[in-house]
Write a protein that binds this ligand. Structure first.
Ligand code: BG6
Ligand code: MG
Length: 331
């Protein structure tokens, strides 16, 4: 029905929700047998909905309204003692059909899904180093007798080392040398704590999603403000799953400026509109928006509510889920 009403993005989201019942076993009961009636319904959403199949007196006809990234839909139907085969391609007017929720961004690519690359933030997205950054700053602030706590730290997620320090000291005056010494000290505390990081420290869902994206041919970049990003990536053992790294050395202007993500997209050879950013920081979501990229925010909506899609974490999140969320612009 959504397809008939021209609400193609909603149609596709509903279709995925239904298909995932058994493909991803979202109800945790596919082992008892597939949901047969639902599978039949899905076949109908594909043929009648996306294919625009109609059974008329003259025989079956089809007016396709394919999801924008589908290139072909082939099916056959037995009707009044005859097999009818359909091999449908997107019609020209379907190629950039209105995706209201995404209309501020460029039209969807006609070759495959519009998402060609995912840029992952590192700290707080793939691994919980955000906690170590917090502890490093807390220790430094305690030594300097500067008030600091977790709440203040929340605003420092994704923020560069220097900018974090400047925010912590506020109006207090320090020489450049003192600032440098404090940054070095905090970094020593941080580097000490990441020395022990192992692949098991990847956050739940991270490795499964990275692997799935790779097999789907989606390019993967890291977009982290950290100058320690490469070390962390090595420790986590994910270097061979990543196509490009944009880190604290890559650009001058850090998040919330778009530069880091634009640099990552360039490394991947993609346009910003083909990339999606996954972030745990308000500054990172802001940077993604400034770069003209869609974003998935991980964590509380007070922090990442500005993202196109907000999820608690990557746990149990598949590539299909991500696409469905982004197409539906679901929060
Ligand atoms: C970001 C972290 O990834 O990197 C911030 O979220 C951190 O907390 C920033 O300040 C810079 O990291 P580093 O390792 O260069 O001090
Ligand atoms: Mg982060």
């Amino acid at each position: 029905m959504a397809s008939d009403l021209g609400q193609s993005d909603e149609a596709y989201e509903r279709f995925l929700q239904a298909a995932m019942v058994d493909l991803e076993d979202v109800r945790d009961n596919a082992a008892d047998g597939i949901h047969g009636a639902s599978a039949g319904g899905i076949w109908q959403t594909v043929t009648f909905g996306f294919g625009g199949l109609k059974l008329t007196q003259e025989g079956p006809t089809a007016t396709p309204q394919l999801p924008s990234h589908w290139q072909r839909l082939k099916f056959k139907i037995y009707w009044r003692r005859t097999w009818h085969e359909f091999d449908l391609k997107p019609e020209v007017e379907n190629k950039d059909f209105s995706m209201s929720s995404l209309s501020s961004l460029s039209p969807l690519s006609s070759e495959g899904t519009f998402i060609k690359g995912i840029i992952f933030d590192l700290d707080g997205v793939l691994t919980d180093t955000a906690e170590y950054h917090y502890r490093g700053w807390q220790r430094l602030a305690d030594e300097e007798e500067i008030p600091f706590d977790r709440e203040i730290n929340e605003a420092l997620r994704g923020v560069s080392r220097r900018e974090s320090l400047l925010r912590i000291i506020g109006e207090r005056k320090y020489t450049e040398e003192q600032l440098q010494e404090m940054m070095d000290r905090k970094n020593r505390y941080y580097v000490d704590s990441i020395g022990e990081i192992l692949p098991k420290d990847l956050l739940p869902g991270a490795i499964a999603l990275l692997d799935e994206l790779r097999s789907a041919g989606i390019k993967i970049a890291i977009g982290s403000a950290s100058k320690n990003a490469k070390t962390v990536i090595e420790h986590l053992g994910i270097a061979d799953k990543i196509d490009a790294i944009a880190d604290g050395y890559s650009v001058q202007q850090s998040k919330p400026a778009p530069d880091l993500f634009l640099y990552a997209a360039k490394q991947l050879g993609l346009e910003p509109s083909q990339c999606v950013v996954i972030e745990d920081a308000a500054s990172g979501v802001e940077a993604a928006k400034a770069a003209g990229m869609r974003s998935v925010g991980l964590g509380p909506s007070e922090r990442v509510g500005a993202a196109d899609v907000v999820l608690p974490s990557l746990e149990g999140v598949s590539w299909a889920d991500l696409q469905a969320h982004l197409l539906g612009n679901g929060k």
